[in-house]
Design a protein around this ligand. Structure first.
Ligand code: HGY
Ligand code: MN
Ligand code: MN
Length: 411
């Protein structure tokens, strides 16, 4: 299995080169980097015997017809896009690993009695347009056309980015799959946290995925001279933003099962001796319980409005993404557990995912399952994100076992 693990890491190193310059991997959606990694993935799909096509949401889809009568497709997949200066395994592992497994089966002359697809989803991180799960929502039927108006930092709308990428946004509604045509969705992903490393286990089975929401906030004050404007008459947008950042941190620290971050913050005019006139910031909240997340939102935004009023600031808030927590299907948790036991001789650890994944969207279409792979130091969304070839090899043997278990169930 180590040979498969080595092959997987070698391909992920190749994919990592499809990046903007700089530390780590920066590969946003519908860009030249996206197109470049797509060419690599398409070649790997064809080596595994899959028919390939790009869809109108910028997903790259590989499909292998089944040799039997059961037409329901088993879909593997994950996202091609990264965060800025991210790691080389987040997302791409869930595309490359199933392809290496399918190629291994092809080389053994082993045909599957059911169809299999591997999808390289176009935009899961939301690093360019803030909203997220664009590709998987299109496949699952949950795509909201309103997000097409979302703009990136350069003022390019998602609609324009799709068209320039060669996709037709008008074709997205037709991409929605029928539930009766799909067996399940299975995603292999690095854990991105410390649980498996602490437990000394290479892989684990996911039970549920966190709910997430994202807001774009705009605070508007007034630029003026930093030396001559009396403190009591300033309308400093950055002071207001600082209050919001601290309030989010306070609410999340004192609320069990709630985490949050202000990840983006942009100051205008951002000049050493001018009072900040405007601050654009993002606000993200996550919880396994939607009620906890919504209550935290209300508390934070209530305080944000009080702060804005106290400092004479305008405050605009736009909820740009909201995704409820979802559970993995118990039968798939069981199947993955058996496949892990087949492959490793151990019952796997089951764990919750504090990270979001394309499964959040695919759960609207079909039953979902996730296999996590150990992340050294639990470090992710960082250039030093790591993955051991041996662990990748264990995960590949689990996927091969899962494919065989599904094949046996068809007979
Ligand atoms: O943010 C997340 O949880 C994922 O990496 N998109
Ligand atoms: Mn990520
Ligand atoms: Mn990811």
């Amino acid at each position: 299995m180590n040979a498969l693990g080595e092959e997987i890491l070698q391909r992920l190193d190749q994919a990592a080169a499809c990046s903007e310059p700089g530390a780590g991997v920066t590969r946003f959606s519908f860009t030249a980097e996206h197109r470049a990694v797509g060419a690599l993935i398409e070649g790997w799909m064809q080596r595994a015997g899959l028919e390939t096509h790009w869809d109108d949401a910028g997903n790259l889809v590989g499909r292998l017809e089944g040799e039997g009568s059961d037409h329901r497709t088993l879909i593997f997949g994950s996202h091609q896009d990264s965060v800025r200066s991210g790691g080389r395994y987040d997302g791409m592992l869930g595309i490359v690993l199933p392809l290496v497994c399918l190629e291994a089966l092809r080389e053994q002359g082993a045909a599957l009695p059911y169809p299999v697809e591997v999808i390289a989803f176009s935009d899961e991180e939301g690093g360019r347009f803030t909203t997220s799960l664009v590709g998987s929502k299109a496949v699952a039927g949950g795509f909201d056309a309103e997000v097409l108006a979302m703009e990136d930092a350069d003022g390019v709308s998602l609609e324009r980015a799709l068209r320039e990428f060669g996709a037709d946004p008008g074709g997205i509604p037709a991409l929605a799959r029928r539930p009766e045509d799909v067996r399940a969705f299975v995603e292999v992903h690095i854990e991105q946290g410390p649980v498996l490393e602490t437990a000394g286990q290479a892989v684990g089975v996911v039970t549920a995925l966190t709910g997430i929401e994202r807001h774009r906030l705009m605070l508007k004050g007034k630029a003026s001279h930093a030396g001559t404007t009396p403190m009591e008459s300033r309308r400093d947008a950055l002071v207001g933003a600082a209050g919001i950042v601290l309030e989010l941190d306070r609410v999340c620290r004192e609320t069990h099962d709630c985490v949050g971050v202000v990840g983006e913050l942009e100051v205008v005019p951002n000049v050493v001796n001018v009072i900040p006139a405007q601050v654009r910031l993002t606000l993200e909240l996550r919880s396994p319980e939607d009620a906890i997340r919504v209550d935290a939102r209300k508390r934070i935004l209530g305080e944000a409005r009080r702060i804005a009023e106290a400092h004479g600031l305008g405050l605009d808030d736009a909820l740009v993404y909201e995704q409820s927590a979802v559970s993995c299907a118990p039968w798939l948790i069981g199947e993955l557990g058996e496949a892990v036991a087949d492959a490793t001789g151990e019952r796997p650890r089951e764990l919750f995912s504090g990270a979001g994944h394309d499964g959040l969207a695919m759960a609207g279409l079909t039953d979902i399952g996730m296999l996590f792979v150990r992340t050294p130091d639990g470090l992710s969304h960082h250039p030093d994100e790591a993955l051991a070839a041996e662990d990748a090899g264990v995960a590949a043997s689990v996927v091969l076992s899962l494919l065989r278990r599904f094949a046996a169930a068809c007979r």
